[in-house]
Design a protein around this ligand. Sequence first.
Ligand SMILES: Nc1nc2c(ncn2[C@@H]2O[C@H](COP(=O)(O)OP(=O)(O)OP(=O)(O)O)[C@@H](O)[C@H]2O)c(=O)[nH]1
Length: 261
Amino acid sequence: MFHCFTGVKELLGEGFSICLLYGKKCQDTMYLCLECWQPLMLFCFWVGGARGTDFLFKFLVIGSAGTGKSCLLHQFIENKFKQDSNHTIGVEFGSRVVNVGGKTVKLQIWDTAGQERFRSVTRSYYRGAAGALLVYDITSRETYNALTNWLTDARTLASPNIVIILCGNKKDLDADREVTFLEASRFAQENELMFLETSALTGENVEEAFLICARTILSKIESGELDPERMGSGIQYGDASLRQLRQPRGSAAQARQQCNC
Ligand SMILES: Nc1nc2c(ncn2[C@@H]2O[C@H](COP(=O)(O)OP(=O)(O)OP(=O)(O)O)[C@@H](O)[C@H]2O)c(=O)[nH]1
């Protein structure tokens, strides 16, 4: 579902979506098509360009309600704490271009509602995600106990190869801690997850969580473990890397030799 039609992208520029039923531009901040009022991913295609970047990665932020997912995204995008954060209705969206391993990567991040009543809507956004932040609240054992369910959803609905970083959020509330660092790191190890404790309030480890996840995806692309060309990989080549990749190795040099100019 997650496509970017080059022709359309050129026409509309960055950050638009198109309703496949009505062929109209959608209001991307509402994540609903203004014509048919369907969630974006069901009938509309996001046409967020990856112009000037090497890659575009689709990321999810998942976990129980109140763990701080929206605040983590806000801290990462805006570099400040989101005061008076309300429960997310359905999904929210943010993007940021980062530099990892010498590549320019656009992270397209979907912040999903943690409340049970939105599960069926949020699940439709999992498909084709390359990376995810799986968030629990270190002061709430309940949110930690729910991790297995979130993880199963991510691996079955997004991709078994999805790169996940476990984030124990609200690190600043250490006095109220209900989950130790050690037990969470064991859980992470057993489930092949990376792990960090974060604070959306102070900003500690927030940038790191997103960047580590992106860097791991990039390494897997470079090692051949992840194939960006595979349908639903959650990865798109940006125009900067497309130009290099479409030329087989050495062909640029060959072309220069053959050319008399
Ligand atoms: N002390 C502290 N509070 C936080 C932190 N992150 C979020 N909060 C608070 O936790 C509450 C929930 O934060 P949200 O970001 O809305 O939680 P959410 O996971 O997006 O919740 P849903 O949208 O319902 O899934 C808010 O009152 C935030 O102010 C943090 O790192 N430290």
